[in-house]
Design a protein around this ligand. Structure first.
Ligand code: GLY
Length: 378
């Protein structure tokens, strides 16, 4: 394995990670005319291919600055999707179908953190919105403003094509081994490429979009993996119109009747790959409780992945401790929802005009060093 140094003086901005966040940021930067190169280790492990694609700041019961960020992103999604569709010529599968959160009692419904943004439902309302819902649910909240996008089959492909059309360059099968610095600031990265050659790529600006693996490059970042297992079932077309967001299990109906069922949340699993009988039984039990008929629908696919989780479950956005290195990582359960606003904010940070006061305000709550106690212990 030879270590060689590239000698480009006109190095492109590097995106470290070819998942949803990396593609979204690369696309916005390229649209603003910046030369961008994406380094991607293994596309299939990206959380953007694993997630169910819910756009659910309200159904997820977010609060505080994370709710505000999610709401801002939700507003931006139609424009963002239109840009991707125009650049790629492909549909992203955006479905503003609304999401229902069911509850065992009205009292539980009324204390849900985002209850004020939803439409309260009684049992009759639940049956109207979700024909066939299980008997254990007596109340619900309908969030008409939440929805879904077909991330796994459509969005990722469209975004990648949009990037290519905008001139983004890709290096696949490339693992970033080390961030290199000179006088404290980023000057490049050491990578191992698909042929196992170790090389140095010069760069004075990069964005770290490495999801659950981000702390492997910057150990001071408090990001840990939270494994999720998924399954999809083939149902009749239009059997279910809205997403059902139950406790521990959610059902996301695609237009063609495919039902995406998620997800376990396994903090203790670390990066252990694979499905487990326990995890799959948990999903099965969730389906039976939420929509009993769906437990008879044939399974189509089973998969798993790793959410990038921070101590407060919010992302790390903006500058890092290393001048030249920027962060777009740690989106935990909300990566698909937050991709649009993340791309907008990072593109603004890296533009010659810089961020607006409003964008600075949004970024402030998601600084990487906000976990003082956690960082002091590390
Ligand atoms: N966004 C839902 C999940 O991460 O399971």
């Amino acid at each position: 394995m030879a270590a060689t140094a590239a000698s480009s003086t006109d190095a492109p901005l590097l995106i470290l990670g070819g998942g949803l966040m990396g593609l979204a940021v690369a696309h916005q930067l390229a649209r603003s005319g910046q030369p961008v190169e994406v380094l991607s280790r293994r596309r299939s492990e990206a959380a953007g291919f694993v997630a169910a694609g819910m756009l659910a700041p309200h159904a997820e019961g977010l609060s505080g600055a994370l709710l505000e960020l999610g709401q801002r992103s939700l507003e931006r999604i139609p424009t963002w999707v239109a840009q991707i569709e125009a650049d790629s010529g492909l549909s992203c599968g955006l479905r503003p179908c609304g999401i229902v959160v069911p509850f065992a009692t009205a009292a539980e419904r009324d204390v849900y953190p985002t209850a004020a943004w939803g439409e309260p439902l009684d049992r009759q309302g639940l049956e109207r919105e979700l024909p066939g819902i299980g008997p254990g649910w007596q109340a619900g909240l309908l969030f008409r403003q939440d929805g879904q996008i077909d991330n796994r089959r459509q969005l990722m492909r469209a975004l990648e094509r949009a990037c290519v059309e905008q001139g983004v360059r890709f290096q696949e099968g490339v693992e970033v081994l080390e961030l290199l610095r000179e006088d404290g600031r980023l000057c490049g990265v050491r990578v191992r490429d698909a042929a196992a050659d170790v090389r140095i790529l010069q760069a004075d600006t990069a964005v770290l979009c490495s999801g659950a693996w981000s702390a492997q490059l910057m150990p001071e970042l408090p990001i840990v993996p939270v494994k999720g297992q998924m399954v999809s079932l083939q149902g009749p077309r239009e059997a279910l119109q809205r997403v059902i967001f139950g406790p521990g299990t959610y059902l996301v109906p695609r237009e063609d009747g495919l039902l995406v069922v998620g997800a376990t949340s396994e903090r203790e699993a670390g990066f252990t790959e694979g499905l487990t009988p326990f995890g799959q039984r948990q999903l099965q039990a969730g389906v039976e409780a939420l929509l009993p008929a769906a437990s008879q629908w044939p399974p189509m696919e089973r998969w798993w992945g790793f959410r990038p989780c921070t101590p407060d479950e919010g992302p790390l956005l903006g500058p890092s401790a290393m001048p030249g290195l920027w962060l777009a990582a740690g989106h935990h359960r909300n990566g698909v929802l937050l991709a649009a606003i993340t791309a907008e904010l990072l593109a603004a940070c890296l533009s010659s005009a810089g961020c607006t006061v409003e964008q600075q305000g949004l970024l402030e709550a998601f600084r990487w060093d906000r976990f003082q106690a956690f960082i002091a212990q590390a």
